[in-house]
Design a protein around this ligand. Structure first.
Ligand code: IMP
Ligand code: MG
Length: 181
């Protein structure tokens, strides 16, 4: 059915376990901020769709969810083409602690860009949580507070991540075989 999928890198049970652990960490760190009414969660669409849905259901805290849409791998590209911002920043950022949620940290441009813009818009603090971080030197340089899994430098799909808009619905994280596309 999924011709170009070679092998599963992280299966759905491992994802679920790790999401639960991340949830515990986030609750421990962010509860006082949420109690003070200062927490805003900004998921980066569309890749973080499932991660966001699963993770945020682990957080019994008060916060608003304000997604932004960004893209750096348009269409059939498997290397970053630079950020394309497709929606404006959320309103009412001023004074808030922002938790940015993204699927994967690769070049780090997406997170760097959002962090800079949100601090300029008056955010008190910007923290980030990614499900995956690629093992590339450039990703290691970007500050990221919560990381689900460190993975090798391969193009992956599933659990929200796509190739040309496809495979987001695969329940596991899988490695794409570009030769079979
Ligand atoms: P960065 O700005 O280079 O860190 O790229 C992050 C964005 O690129 C992520 O939010 C993903 O949408 C996309 N991306 C990076 N690597 C992959 C991959 O292996 N598969 C699918 N999307 C990816
Ligand atoms: Mg993305």
């Amino acid at each position: 059915m999924y011709r170009a999928i070679d092998r599963i890198l992280i299966d759905r049970d491992s994802i679920a376990d790790r999401v639960e652990q991340l949830g515990d960490m986030l609750v421990a760190d962010l509860a006082p901020i949420a109690d003070a009414g200062q927490l805003m969660v900004v998921p980066v669409m569309t890749g973080s769709l499932f991660f966001t849905a699963d993770l945020l259901r682990q957080l019994p805290l008060a916060f608003r969810i304000q997604p932004v849409t960004m893209s750096s791998y348009p269409g059939k590209s498997t290397t970053s083409q630079g950020i394309k911002e497709m929606s404006p920043l959320p309103d009412e950022i001023e004074g808030k602690t922002i938790l940015v949620i993204d699927d994967i940290l690769d070049s780090g441009r997406t997170l760097d860009h959002l962090r800079t813009e949100m601090l300029e818009a008056g955010a008190a603090d910007v923290r980030s949580c990614v499900l995956l971080r690629k093992d590339v030197p450039r990703a290691a340089k970007v500050q990221c507070h919560y990381v689900g899994f460190d993975i090798p430098d391969a193009f992956v799909v599933g659990y929200g991540l796509d190739y040309d808009g496809l495979y987001r619905n695969v329940p596991d994280i899988a490695v794409l075989n570009e030769a079979k596309l």
